[in-house]
Design a protein around this ligand. Structure first.
Ligand code: FAD
Ligand code: NAD
Length: 500
């Protein structure tokens, strides 16, 4: 019955960072946009991921930075105050209250529908509220799925009430003994944070290195630093059984040091953090009504249009696509999909605009004719994705690693430099250790990747991102003079290492 159906031009599923941004951009030509959210407006990043995790990591960073500078080191005599750190984290996570973000959504002219959305057919949905009430919703033009991802918990750890990143980032006590299963970004960041807060941390890594997506020297540096701070990092280690006994968890861990060499250890801890990756949150979206596979990521093209469906109305962005796994890159895709929708379904007929800002306004013709690197195509997702891991040392990289560049059959050149040899390192910290490495496509004389490891390198990454996206020739980079004495001087040293 049409009367019972709420109609909007565009419906966005999920009000995480990605859904919020997609909805906001899509509404810019006057389209009526609804955003559906069953949990907190702002999503994972604000309440259980980026923000609380960085709030847990920052105090240890600051303390270590002060202790590394002669003359300042004596000013700090105590250790971190875990209760105060957790209280500050609560502030950063807005006490898990989304009132401010709700106000932002409403201020942006979007309609917020509280509830869990499921498709019932093309452009048709039901939204189920917390009270079980169901509301039919129809999108006149487009639907954007931005439902994010959820932690994967291996079967062996399913019955022990293991922490996922949600429980770790919102923890209200510091477990005396913490086992971390996994060797990726969540594992390394949370091992760092909880070791800082006083936990006795064991990291159980199935593979042979930490941060397998980064250059190998990055994971090696993080492992060395964790071990130096008393964290046990076990490689070739798999949990074979897990039992919770009251406040403790007993893990059987198989340690493999060769094909025939296996030793089993009984490890007893107070909490286990599972950090073994995430899966797209599509299992309960009614995707089967569209002929799509529930539980699988929604693969999209550079317009963020779902590739497995015709009709030009279904889009997806953020973690749910499997194409991006960070807030910043998901928000980039959100800007693109929002602009595509605003332009393509522009209610102002032709969408033709005159005046000096006309090229910046959404335009149907421009979207239809868009090529790579236009605002309507998420071109950077392919070759210029930045990531910062807020461990100590920090790890920051963009674009291709050396191995990825070789796999892509590029004419690869690699330039490296120890950051500790820079003048800036001498004043930044006693015994500063770090490394920068860039990957060059010799055929085009441009940077295709860069990795920085060390303290304070997070903010150095963007210069590399600009160079990769801009395809700035190394001969021109030579004229980008870094200030003295800053860590950015590494750019000069890298180019000198290239014989310039
Ligand atoms: C511990 C941790 C730390 C991280 N730190 C960083 C960091 O420092 N920097 C960074 O860039 N990235 C970081 N990330 C990654 C970042 O959190 C994600 O990439 C980002 O949150 C993805 O945003 P999203 O909007 O796609 O998904 P989400 O933020 O997960 O939002 C999806 C929303 O959809 C809603 N939803 C789900 N199902 C439905 C439905 N059926 N109907 C309606 N709504 C629905 C959910 O309730 C949720 O609010 C971190 C991740 C973790 C786990
Ligand atoms: N600073 C940041 O930007 C930041 C911080 C945290 C998380 N994130 C994002 O969140 C996503 C999820 O992070 P994550 O660390 O959970 O995933 P990840 O993919 O980074 O790492 C998962 C790790 O678990 C291991 N693993 C997988 N299955 C396993 C199993 N059954 N047993 C043991 N080990 C297993 C993998 O080998 C890998 O080392 C990442 O893609 C990341 O981009 C970003």
């Amino acid at each position: 019955m049409a009367d019972d159906v709420s109609e909007f031009d565009v419906v966005v599923l999920g009000a995480g960072a990605v859904g919020e941004n997609a909805a906001d951009r899509a509404s810019r030509t006057g389209l009526q946009v609804a955003v559906v959210e069953p949990e907190l407006v702002g999503g994972e990043c604000s309440y259980w991921a980026c923000m609380p995790s960085k709030a847990l990591l920052r105090p240890g960073d600051v303390l270590a930075a002060v202790r590394a500078v002669a003359g300042a080191d004596g000013a700090v005599t105590g250790d971190l105050d875990p209760a105060a750190v957790l209280a500050h984290r609560d502030e950063v996570a807005a006490h898990w209250d989304d009132a401010e973000q709700v106000a932002w959504v409403e201020g942006a002219g979007l309609t917020l529908l509280r509830g869990h959305a499921r498709f019932t057919g093309p452009r048709a949905l039901v939204v189920e509220g917390a009270d079980g009430g169901v509301r039919a919703v129809r999108a006149r033009h487009a639907v954007v799925v931005a439902t994010g991802s959820e932690a994967v918990v291996p079967e062996v750890l399913a019955g022990v009430r293991a922490w996922t990143s949600r429980e770790a980032t919102s923890a209200h006590r510091v477990p005396p003994r913490l086992a971390v299963v996994g060797g990726g970004v969540v594992a390394t960041e949370m091992a760092t944070a909880f070791a800082d807060l006083g936990s006795d941390v064991t990291v159980l890594v199935r593979g042979e290195r930490l941060l397998p997506a980064a250059e190998s020297f990055a994971g090696e540096a993080v492992a060395r630093a964790l071990v130096a701070r008393g964290v046990r990092v076990a490689f070739g280690a798999s949990v074979t059984s897990a039992v919770r006994d009251g406040d403790e968890v007993h893990l059987d861990v198989a340690h493999r040091s060769g094909p025939r060499d296996e030793r089993v250890e009984r490890l007893t801890v107070d909490e286990v953090l599972v950090a073994t990756g995430r899966r797209a949150a599509t299992a309960d979206l009614g995707l089967e009504t569209l002929g799509l596979v529930p539980g699988a990521p929604l693969a999209v093209d550079d317009r963020l249009q779902v590739t497995a469906l015709d009709g030009g109305w279904l889009f997806a962005a953020g973690d749910v696509t499997g194409r991006t796994a960070t807030t910043h890159q998901g928000k980039y895709d959100a800007r693109v999909v929002g602009d595509v929708i605003a332009a393509r379904f522009d209610p102002r007929a032709a969408g033709t605009a005159d005046g000096p800002d006309a090229p910046r306004r959404p335009s149907r013709a421009a979207e239809a004719a868009a090529t790579p690197w236009s605002r309507y195509r998420a071109t950077a997702d392919e070759a210029a994705v930045p990531q910062v891991v807020f461990t100590r040392p920090q790890v920051a990289w963009v674009g291709r690693t050396e191995a990825q560049a070789r796999d892509a059959n590029l004419d690869v050149g690699v330039l490296g430099y120890e950051l500790g040899d820079l003048a800036a390192a001498t004043v930044t910290a006693g015994g500063y250790e770090g490394r920068a490495q860039v990957v060059v496509d010799r055929a085009r004389d441009v940077l295709v990747g860069a990795t920085f490891v060390g303290s304070d390198v997070a903010d150095m990454l963007h210069a590399a991102t600009v160079a990769v996206v801009g395809e700035v020739p190394l001969s021109r980079l030579w004229h980008a003079v870094p200030s003295y004495p800053t860590l950015s001087e590494v750019w000069l040293r890298l180019l000198e290492a290239d014989g310039r």
